[in-house]
Design a protein around this ligand. Sequence first.
Ligand code: SD4
Length: 331
Amino acid sequence: MINRRKFTTLFGTSLITGYLNKCSAKGAPSADNVIASNYNESLVISTWNNQRANAIALKVLNGPVGDKTSTRLLDAVEQGINSVESDPADRSVGLGGWPDRDGHVTLDACIMDDEGSAGSVSFLEGYRHAISIARKVMEETPHVILSGLGAAQFAEYQGFEKEDLLTEDSRKAYVEWLKEGIYQPKINIERHDTIGLLVRDSEGSLAGGCSTSGLAYKMRGRVGDSPIIGAGLYVDNEVGSAVATGLGELVLKQLSSFLVVELMRQGHPPQNACEIAIKRIVEKNDVQDAQVGLIAISKAGETGAYSIHPGFVFALTTDENSSKLEAESYL
Ligand code: SD4
C-alpha cells in the first residue's frame, strides 16, 4: 500500500505552502493533489540536491523574452545542467564523474523541448557538456541519438573542448575500488547525483533534460536510462513532463518517464502518476537493493515525486522559494 503521509507532510511545508496559498485563493486546494492550474510563474524541479542548477535555469526562464519559447526553455535546461556538469564535486555527472570499471568516464544525456524535439548522446567520452551535445544532435542533425565514437566525433566537429574527465579524486577512488573490484550499487549513496531537470515557464510551456556518468564502475559500453527518450526523460507539452534517476536498468524496462506522462494524459495528477509508475517497477523487479526516483510536472504546474526507497531528495524552485525536499517512497 502506498503511504502518502511523508510526502504530503514535506510538501505541506515551505515552498508548497506558497502553492497551496495560491490555490486557496482559487479554491479547492488539496495536499494530495497540489493543483496550481493557471499558476503563472516559472517553475524548475530537479533530482537530488540541485538547487543551484534550478536557480540558474529559473533565471534564464525569467530572462528577456524575445527569444523563441523553445530557445528560452532549452537554454534554461542546458545552462542549469551545464553548471552541474562542470562541478567536479558532483560525482555522477560530467567532469569528475565516476568511471566505468576500466577507468573511463562515459556520459549519457538527453534533452526535449516543448515542440516534441529530442536529442541524446550515449557512451560519450572526453566531453563534459553532454547535455549541450545532445541539444546539438537535436538541432543540427536529422537524428535523435548519437553514441560512442560517433558522438565524440560530432562533439569535436561542433567545437566542444576535449578533456580528460577523470579527476584526481575520481582516479584515487577508482584505484581504491580496484582492490576489491566489486560492483554493487548502493541505494541513494550509490554515487547518485545524476541531474534530471524539468522547467515550466509562466505560460505553461515545458522542457527537460538529464545528464549523467551513469552507474559507478559499470561495464564498459553500458548505457543507462538517461539518454533514452521515454525512459530517463519525457516531455509532452500538452500534458506534462517527467524525469528519472536511480538504477537505469529498471527505468529502461518500464519506460517510466513515458509512463508517468501517459498516466497524466489519462487524468492522473503527477504525484499519482509517479506513484503508479514506481509501483509498476516494484511489482516487476526485485528492488531490495535498487533505488529509482521519479519527478514530474503537469502542464498546469502541479508537481509530483516518488521513489522506491526512502532517501530520494529533489529540488523545487519557483520565483518565490527554493527547497530541497524528500519524496515519499513505496517502501
Ligand atoms: C543510470 N539513472 O545511468 C542513471 C544513474 C543515476 O543518479 O540516476 N544516478 O542508470
